[in-house]
Design a protein around this ligand. Structure first.
Ligand code: IDP
Ligand code: MG
Length: 155
């Protein structure tokens, strides 16, 4: 399994419900390395592009309104198999059905207000990271505990 980077967005419900710390804590606790972290107020154009695959859905206008209600927290996390791993930590889209123990399963109960976005493939992750973060906002560094997170042959 390769070391990957993936993009997460802590949605406006996470910000307004005061859950950002809890979500970041879970990802940090897992051993993921934060290589980019910032707050931004996403505009309609950006959101329409980000959610272009859902443009024909009846819930699309609500999704755009919900995501532009307040600032969100954006982050890039890095780790072994990070794209699939973070999706699994998030749980399925409908938080009502997300397994207990997952971020959505423990912290939300709605299909749309589900606290976190995570890239769904390596290709999407590359595009989303490039779209939301400038090069100088991303940091390459070694965690001092990396020898305790991974075996030699896992890095
Ligand atoms: P994902 O966030 O799990 O990748 P997507 O299908 O990419 O799920 O949908 C993006 C976001 O759109 C979801 O996280 C959720 O906020 C919203 N959404 C998806 N499906 C529905 C739905 O059936 N009803 C209402 N909102 C939805
Ligand atoms: Mg998605």
């Amino acid at each position: 399994m390769a070391v990957e980077r993936t993009l997460i967005i802590l949605k406006t419900d996470a910000v307004n419900r005061g859950l950002c710390g809890e979500i970041i804590k879970r990802l940090e606790g897992k051993g993921l390395k934060f290589v980019g972290l910032k707050m931004a107020w996403l505009d309609e154009k950006t959101l329409r592009e980000h959610y272009a695959h859902l443009a024909s859905k009846p819930f699309f206008p609500d999704l755009i309104e919900f995501m532009s209600r307040s600032p969100v927290v954006l982050a890039v996390v890095e780790g072994r198999n990070a794209v699939e791993l973070v999706r699994n930590l998030c749980g399925v889209t409908d938080a009502n059905k997300a397994a207990p123990g997952t971020i959505r399963g423990d912290l939300a109960l709605s299909t749309s207000r589900n606290v976190i976005h995570a890239s769904d493939s390596l290709e999407t992750a590359r595009k989303e990271i490039e779209g939301f973060f400038k090069k100088e906002e991303l940091f390459s560094y070694k965690l001092s505990n990396s020898k305790y997170l991974y075996a030699e042959d896992e890095l």
